[in-house]
Ligand binder design. Structure first.
Ligand code: FE2
Length: 248
């Protein structure tokens, strides 16, 4: 491995992510220890420094308007590395695109914008199942077959993040559901998930639709969600990662 790659900021981030999340692979829902929080803080500091240039990614100003672009994916992912403890890569969102509301079951996450701006809406899922009063709260009321897919949640925050912002953090219990919208043009962010998604280990990605109007600015607000299949307008393509090599 070239010396430059060994000392790159993204390699340091990978090393710190491995240290921070090594115990999450064994016990993803375990209580956050002091040691974990210390390591998470160090990882957050490193993430705050990373730029698109560090990853040799040229910020995209416009998306173009040719037919081929119109049929290309609204979101692409550059895989950087993955082991049992965490996965790391870059999501690139076209102008006006969104990653719909989704969850990260039993997982931690850290997201750092590299260029452009995103709006992130964060929800906590509540375990309490829908009760008889639910139908009265929803207009229109859910159809009978939808009752199984109703989820109660709390909308925690809606915030905008750009290159100068610190990382946005999610945990198994806090801000675990989010929707990410590109604001004012294309955008990209570095994403760490720990442990990685793994449907065979109970960590599949689920998508949700918000069933109630959301007021702004939000106080923490109870919101009913409906679990839905992956929305047709959202799909994620792959792109080669051009930055320094990372070894785990
Ligand atoms: Fe996510």
């Amino acid at each position: 491995m070239p010396r430059d790659d060994m000392t790159s900021l993204i390699q340091k981030i990978a090393r710190q992510a491995r240290i921070t999340f090594k115990s999450c692979a064994a016990s993803p829902l375990g209580e956050a220890s002091t040691e974990f929080l210390e390591n998470q803080g160090k990882l957050g500091s490193l993430l705050s420094e990373i730029t698109a240039a560090d990853l040799k990614i040229a910020p995209r100003k416009v998306d173009g308007s040719s037919v081929s672009v119109a049929h290309s994916p609204p979101v692409t992912y550059m895989h950087i590395c993955e082991n049992d403890a965490f996965s790391m890569g870059v999501f690139l969102l076209k102008s006006g695109s969104s990653i719909p509301l989704h969850d990260h079951p039993g997982m931690n996450g850290m997201l750092k914008v590299l260029y452009g701006k995103v709006r992130i809406s964060c929800f906590d899922k509540l375990e309490q199942p829908p009760d008889a009063a639910t139908e009265a709260q929803l207009n229109p009321p859910p159809l009978p077959y939808q009752n199984q897919a109703l989820r109660r949640s709390i909308l925690r925050s809606i915030g905008e993040y750009s290159e100068g912002s610190g990382p946005c953090v999610l945990t198994p219990h806090k801000d675990n559901l989010h929707q990410i919208d590109a604001v004012d043009g294309p955008t990209a962010f570095l994403d760490i998930l720990a442990p990685p998604y793994d449907p065979d280990d109970g960590r599949d990605c689920h998508y949700y639709k918000v069933l109630q109007p959301v007021s702004l600015p939000p106080e923490p607000q109870e919101i009913w969600l409906l679990e839905i299949p992956q929305p047709a307008e959202f799909w994620c393509g792959g792109e080669a990662y051009p930055g320094p090599k990372v070894t785990l």
